[in-house]
Design a protein around this ligand. Structure first.
Ligand SMILES: *[C@@H]1O[C@H](CO)[C@@H](O)[C@H](O)[C@H]1NC(C)=O
Ligand SMILES: *[C@@H]1O[C@H](CO)[C@@H](O)[C@H](O)[C@H]1NC(C)=O
Ligand SMILES: *[C@@H]1O[C@H](CO)[C@@H](O)[C@H](O)[C@H]1NC(C)=O
Length: 427
């Protein structure tokens, strides 16, 4: 009798525990590709992307934006890709997951396979990404995400020519704000993004995406180590609560997933009143420097010693890092690494601390970026412009591999949360 009672109880408990959540999570796995880049390119590419993002953001806020507006490139050292289906029956394409641009396009690698759902819009598309570009034709087609969620009539670009993109992917899944698509398709004001149409077709409750990336120190190509969920967050991928922050009003960061924040290194304040963006398409975390100031900003500067100490100079001095020519990154001795302090991004009173281990490039991957085995390189680099221009920082993969991130279009906010690997020793 007791057995039966307990079996019933157990059955009840199990059914409660396995009650379906309101709506199944729409999850798309992400894979990390670490490429070998030539010496120094990791920093140059990151700075070029920053320049392109800033430039595109400024142009988008002006009424007289030229046509087509340049939008950001995707830098080379590491990319995250998602497998997306296009057509019916669908063909799978590996697309770069990019929160810094908003056009979705295919045709860089695998050619477009047309099916009955392919519909040429009659319009040309062209997007310039700073160092790369593609042009082609805009189609609408059925797009399949994850294990079968379909969006019908999704606008996608099909490249007939592209340059400046390395292999390993078939195009880009643009997850940035729709405004960044302005003037990319002939005769069309804005091109609805994949998340816009998931939302307008009521496939997701809220127009948001959440991204979980995990740090890796392996050279295995195509490592599945992340996921993106559409419409809902996945509680299995973060710890504690998600903190939400309104998109900054400071232009041009306001054109992206930008937030107002400050930075401390250990207890030392190194940046205040800054606006910066979270960006899945940037490998590094970039902070402002005063070193390359132009004369018009600081006309009185004549000696090097007069140069203002911006966040990067302060960080460099405090860590003791020296600029390493081959990689372009700051290099530490093991003693300096042992003394490394947390780098804290303080957003609206909440602190997101990059642990010492989170601040360094995975040592197993040193050779991939033109570095030497056994050396310690910092992934926090110089954005190449002084603070105060409205685009002070980029919190790239080295940040996003430690914190869960939410891109909430419905509520115009960015969410961040700790993860089980925020403070893990991986690198
Ligand atoms: C193709 O697009 C046109 C206009 O954009 C639309 O009227 C037509 O229904 C579409 N056809 C398919 C098969 O989706
Ligand atoms: C895509 O989304 C936009 C804006 O949310 C909407 O205007 C458009 O009708 C949608 N297209 C389809 C095919 O659902
Ligand atoms: C790689 O990371 C794992 C933990 O995820 C760790 O055990 C291992 O020692 C790391 N390897 C290197 C070479 O850093």
């Amino acid at each position: 009798m007791f057995t039966r009672y307990f079996t019933t109880l157990l059955f009840l408990a199990l059914s409660v525990a396995s009650l379906p959540v309101e709506e199944p999570l729409l999850i798309v796995p992400l894979s990390k590709h670490v490429r070998s880049s030539q010496s120094g390119h990791i920093v140059q590419d990151a700075q070029m992307r920053a320049t392109a993002l800033r430039h595109a953001g400024v142009l988008q806020t002006r009424a007289d934006a030229p046509n087509p507006a340049p939008v950001p490139l995707t830098d080379a050292a590491t990319i995250y890709t998602a497998e997306i289906g296009v057509g019916s029956p669908s063909t799978k394409y590996n697309l770069i997951v990019d929160t810094g641009s908003s056009n979705t396009w295919i045709g860089n690698g695998r050619a477009y396979v047309k099916t009955a759902t392919s519909n040429y819009t009659g319009c040309a598309v062209s997007v310039a990404y700073g160092s790369g570009a593609f042009s082609g034709k805009e189609y609408t087609d059925t797009v399949t995400l994850g294990s079968g969620m379909q969006i019908t009539g999704q606008s996608i670009g099909v490249a007939s020519s592209s340059r400046g993109f390395n292999g390993g992917h078939d195009g880009i899944l643009g997850l940035g704000p729709v405004e960044l698509t302005a003037d990319t398709v002939d005769g069309v004001n804005l091109v609805p993004t994949v998340t816009d149409n998931l939302s307008s077709q009521k496939k997701i409750k809220q127009n948001l995406i959440a991204v979980s990336l995990q740090p890796v120190n392996s050279t295995v190509a195509n490592l599945p180590n992340g996921e993106m969920s559409f419409g809902q967050t996945n509680p299995a991928k973060f710890t504690g609560a998600i903190e939400y922050f309104p998109i900054t009003r400071t232009s041009p960061s306001s054109m992206y997933w930008g937030v107002d924040h400050s930075i401390t290194y250990g207890k030392q304040q190194i940046l205040t009143g800054a606006a910066g963006i979270v960006d899945t398409g940037s490998t590094l975390t970039l902070i402002p420097s005063g070193e390359r100031i132009c004369n018009f900003r600081f006309p009185k500067v004549s000696k090097l010693t007069d140069l203002p100490q911006d966040a990067f100079e302060l960080y460099k001095k405090a860590t003791g890092g020296v600029l390493d020519r081959p990689t372009g990154l700051l290099k530490l001795t093991s003693v300096q690494y042992a003394n490394l302090q947390p780098l804290n991004f303080v957003i609206n009173g909440k602190t997101f601390a990059l642990s010492p281990n989170a601040q360094i490039w995975p040592r197993a991957l040193n050779q991939n970026i033109g570095g030497q085995a056994g050396f310690i390189y910092l992934t926090v680099a110089d954005i190449k412009t002084p603070s105060g221009d409205g685009f002070d920082t980029i919190m790239g993969m080295s940040f996003l591999e430690r914190f869960y991130s939410v891109y909430d279009t419905t509520n115009k906010r960015v969410g961040l949360a700790s993860t089980a690997w925020t403070n893990l020793e991986v690198n």
